[in-house]
Design a protein around this ligand. Structure first.
Ligand code: C2G
Length: 432
C-alpha cells in the first residue's frame, strides 16, 4: 500500500484545498492529512486563522478523500510523521517549492501547482470587515506597528497624522503608507483605529480628540501622569462604546500568559518577592522614564494583584536629572521592587521568588519569549519558550480584533483598574 501525506491549515476551506487533496490522493492508496494546530500556526506567524481546529478538521473530513487526519503541533513534526506512518510520498502546493526538499531523504517529495485565484487570505479579505489604522505621532519611528498589523488580517496601517507635515510625510515615505496629514479631521475620515505615539504631554488631548471622533484608540503608556484623568479617559471610552488600549504588549504575549498561569496555580509556592529591572536605552527620549516604569509595574500587578498594602519610592538625582528610580510595593509579607535606570544601567530582568521555586525572565522581558523555572526540590532548571518575530504588537492587535468581533470595549487582559493603578503610582513618583 502506498501512503501519502500532506499538510495545511485549511482555513475557510475552498476549492484550492479540495484540489490539492484530490491530487494528493492520486499519488497513492492511503492519504493522511496533517491539519495545523492553533499554537503551531501562531508560532509560525499565522494569526488570522478564522475557523477552529475542529471546523478545519471537519471540512477536510467532509471531502471524503482522506483516510486519516492528524494534527500538526510543532516544527519538525513532519519528519517524525513520515517515519511513524511509514510515508512513501509527501505532497504540498508549489507555494512551498524548495522549502521541503530536505524531506526527500525520507520519502518522495512532490510539489503540486496551486489552484489559481483563490486563497484563504483572499476570502478573509473579502468576507470580513477591514480596519484602517492611522498613526498620530511627532516622530518617525512606528514601533513596528506597520509590519505587525499586516500579520493580523483585516488590519492595515494606512495613514499618519502629525502636527508637523514634514514629520508625517517622512513617516509615510518610510513605511509606504497611503496618506499623510496635518489636518486631524481629514485624517480621521480615513481610519477606524488610531495609534497614538506622541510625547507624553500630548497623549491625553489626542485620546480625547480621537474618542470624540469615534475612533478606537491604542496609545503608548502612560496616557497621562494624572490618575484622575486616566479614570476619565477610560470612562469616556466606555461611554462612547469605543476601545481604548494601553500599549503594553507583555500581557498579550503567550510566554507571559504561561508564566502567569504557572505562578497563579502555585507552581513556585507563595510569591514572596518580585524584582523587576529595566534601563533606558535611548537617552534622548525624556519621557521614556515613565514608560519604563509603567511597563515594569504592569507585570507586578498581573502577578501579585492590585491589592498592595502600600508603596514607596525613591529617585536618585544628579544635577536635577533622575538617574535611577525604585518603587517598592508591599503585599503583606511579600514585596515587589521595581528598578528603573534612567542614566544608570541595570540588567533587564524579572525575578519572581516563591517559597518553592524561582522564575526568571531575562533580557528584553517586555517582549518575553522565554523564562526559566528553578524549583527548590532539586529538579533541573527548565526553560519555557515560544519564539516569535517582532515586538509582540501583533498579539495586541489580535486582541483588538477579538474585542471588535465580540463587541466588547473593555479589555479582560489589562483591566481599567490595573491601568489606573499604574498611573496612580506614576503620579506619586512624578510629583516627588
Ligand atoms: N493550496 C493550493 N491552492 C490554493 C491554496 C492552497 O493548492 N489556491 C494548497 C497549499 O499549497 C497547501 C494546502 O493547499 O499545500 C493547504 O494550504 P494552507 O491551508 O494555506 O496551508 P499552508 O499554510 O500552506 O500549510 O505545515 C503546514 C504546511 O506546511 C502548509
Amino acid at each position: 500500500m502506498k501512503k501519502v501525506i500532506t499538510y495545511g491549515t485549511f482555513d475557510l476551506f475552498h476549492k484550492g484545498h479540495y484540489n490539492i487533496l484530490k491530487r494528493a490522493k492520486e499519488y497513492g492508496d492511503y492519504l493522511i492529512v496533517g491539519v495545523t494546530g492553533d499554537s503551531y500556526d501562531i508560532g509560525r506567524g499565522k494569526l488570522s486563522v478564522k475557523d477552529s481546529l475542529a471546523t478545519r478538521i471537519e471540512n477536510v473530513k467532509k471531502t471524503g478523500l482522506v483516510d486519516e487526519i492528524i494534527v500538526e503541533e510543532y516544527l519538525g513534526q513532519k519528519i517524525s510523521d513520515i517515519i511513524k506512518y511509514d510515508i512513501d510520498t509527501f505532497v504540498i502546493g508549489d507555494d512551498w517549492k524548495g522549502k521541503f526538499d530536505h524531506l526527500s531523504r525520507y520519502c518522495e517529495m512532490v510539489y503540486l501547482e496551486r489552484t489559481k485565484n483563490i486563497s484563504s487570505t483572499k476570502l478573509r479579505e473579502e468576507n470580513f470587515t477591514k480596519y484602517n489604522i492611522g498613526i498620530i505621532t511627532d516622530q518617525t519611528d512606528d514601533n513596528q506597528i506597520v509590519k505587525e498589523a499586516k500579520l493580523v488580517s483585516g488590519f492595515e496601517v494606512t495613514s499618519v497624522y502629525s502636527e508637523d507635515m514634514k514629520c508625517a510625510e517622512k513617516m509615510q515615505e518610510k513605511y509606504g503608507l497611503e496618506a499623510s496629514y496635518n489636518d486631524l479631521n481629514s485624517f480621521y475620515e480615513d481610519v477606524q483605529v488610531v495609534y497614538i505615539r506622541t510625547a507624553l504631554d500630548k497623549r491625553y488631548e489626542m485620546i480625547i480628540k480621537s474618542l470624540d471622533a469615534g475612533k478606537h484608540v491604542i496609545c503608548d503608556v502612560p496616557f497621562t501622569l494624572d490618575a484622575q484623568k486616566q479614570v476619565e479617559l477610560a470612562q469616556m471610552a466606555v461611554d462612547k462604546n469605543l476601545i481604548l488600549i494601553n500599549n503594553i504588549k507583555l500581557v498579550y504575549i503567550q510566554v507571559f500568559i504561561q508564566l502567569l498561569w504557572m505562578v497563579q496555580s502555585g507552581l513556585i509556592g507563595d510569591v514572596i518577592r518580585l524584582e523587576c529591572s529595566v534601563s533606558k536605552k535611548d537617552r534622548n527620549v525624556p519621557y521614556l522614564f515613565y514608560e519604563l516604569m509603567a511597563m515594569s509595574i504592569c507585570p507586578i500587578l498581573k502577578i501579585m494583584g492590585n491589592n498592595y498594602d502600600d508603596f514607596n519610592f525613591k529617585l536618585i538625582r544628579k544635577n536635577n536629572i533622575v538617574e535611577f528610580g525604585t518603587v517598592n510595593l508591599k503585599y503583606g509579607d511579600a514585596e515587589a521592587v521595581i528598578n528603573v535606570g534612567n542614566t544608570i544601567r541595570v540588567d533587564n530582568k524579572i525575578e519572581i521568588i516563591g517559597t518553592e521555586g524561582t522564575i526568571t525572565m531575562r533580557d528584553n522581558w517586555w517582549r518575553a519569549n522565554y523564562f526559566e523555572l528553578e524549583k527548590i526540590d532539586g529538579s533541573e532548571k527548565q526553560v519555557y519558550n515560544v519564539n516569535f518575530e517582532g515586538n509582540g504588537f501583533k498579539f495586541l492587535i489580535r486582541e483588538l480584533l477579538q474585542m471588535l468581533q465580540n463587541d466588547r470595549v473593555v479589555s479582560k487582559t489589562l483591566s481599567i483598574e490595573e491601568a489606573g493603578r499604574i498611573v496612580k503610582i506614576l503620579q506619586a513618583v512624578s510629583q516627588a
